[in-house]
Design a protein around this ligand. Structure first.
Ligand code: NDP
Length: 278
């Protein structure tokens, strides 16, 4: 039986084993998928031990997405652009590092939520690992503009600089929350970890355009603080990041197994589980 795993620290909360096991059952693939806790200074050793005992590939979650870039012996273009890896595939001695987070977000937005990027003004909040992973696929969706805003303003500018060559005709700007006054956006994506502290990013009033879409990469049983803020400002089209989680997993699964699972029933099942658990 082929073996795969997700590696992180902590790892108990990870839904990846549930998702990949459901995909395997659905596509009749004979595989086992487990969760591995790596010591904070032991990511490479954990990967090596799994690989040399027959593992075929791993997903990588916080805080190891940057370390996984170093562990990989080869990076795909999208992983190289993101500077972060969430999927490793073992081919003999070659370890290919890829990043499926961005494709997962764009697929969830455009396919599951019917929210096309083309011609829209997109605002991305945050400049950490998750934001880095999604900038290239967002630009490839050909929005009219992409604006990156971050609490530490210099990090937003650094992010913009490293992706500027991919922007083409798209207006691609960066700044801090104070720069948002007087602007409005069609799609607002929260890629900050503010929700972990039960906070919303410090957003001004009135920056959601009419009929805007609010998307939070965080997910949970109810509205995240960011989605609650959006709702309070009259936004009616909202989504959390559960769909992104399932779609990035579907992309990894397709890379590993050569077959794309149907993500919709797995997403519905996971949503039911999330909202019904105490
Ligand atoms: P990082 O730690 O790399 O980055 C955190 C970002 O959040 C930084 O830009 C930081 O700003 C900003 N931030 C933190 N607290 C606040 C606050 N109170 N107000 C405003 N900004 C704040 O985390 P990641 O990028 O890895 O993850 C971000 C989020 O995305 C997490 O919630 C994670 O769970 C989610 N995620 C979801 C995925 C999915 O599949 N649904 C996949 C990957 C991530 P500063 O630079 O100033 O510190």
């Amino acid at each position: 039986m082929d073996r795969y795993a997700v590696i992180g620290h902590p790892i108990k909360h990870s839904k990846s084993p549930l998702i990949h096991t459901a995909f395997a059952r659905q596509t009749r693939q004979d595989l086992r998928y487990e969760a591995l806790l790596a010591p904070l200074d032991g990511f490479s050793a954990t990967v090596e031990s799994f690989r040399t005992t027959g593992g075929r590939g791993v997903n990588v979650t916080a805080p190891f997405k940057l370390a996984a870039c170093v562990t990989a012996t080869r990076l795909t273009a999208r992983a190289e652009a993101a500077g972060a890896v969430n999927t490793l595939t073992f081919n003999g001695d070659i370890i290919v590092g890829d990043n499926t987070d961005g494709v997962g977000l764009v697929r969830d937005l455009t396919v599951n939520l019917f929210c096309p990027l083309a011609g829209r003004r997109v605002l991305l909040l945050g400049a950490g690992g998750a934001a880095r992973g999604v900038v290239l696929p967002l630009l490839q969706g050909k929005p009219t503009s992409l604006t990156v805003i971050n609490r530490t303003v210099s990090r937003a500018h650094e992010l913009r600089t490293s992706f500027a060559r991919h922007a083409g005709q798209i207006s691609f700007t960066a700044g801090g929350y104070d720069d948002l006054d007087g602007w409005d956006f069609d799609i607002v994506i929260n890629a900050t970890s503010a929700s972990l502290e039960n906070e919303a990013p410090p957003l001004p009033d009135g920056f959601f355009a009419p009929n805007a879409f609010a998307y939070d990469m965080m997910y949970g049983a109810g509205d995240t603080p960011f989605l609650a803020t959006a709702r309070a400002q009259g936004v009616t089209r909202l989504a959390d990041g559960l769909g992104m989680l399932v779609e990035q997993a579907a992309e990894s699964f397709a890379l590993w197994r050569g077959v794309r699972p149907n993500s919709a029933p797995v997403l519905s099942w996971l949503r039911r589980k999330l909202t019904s658990s105490p």
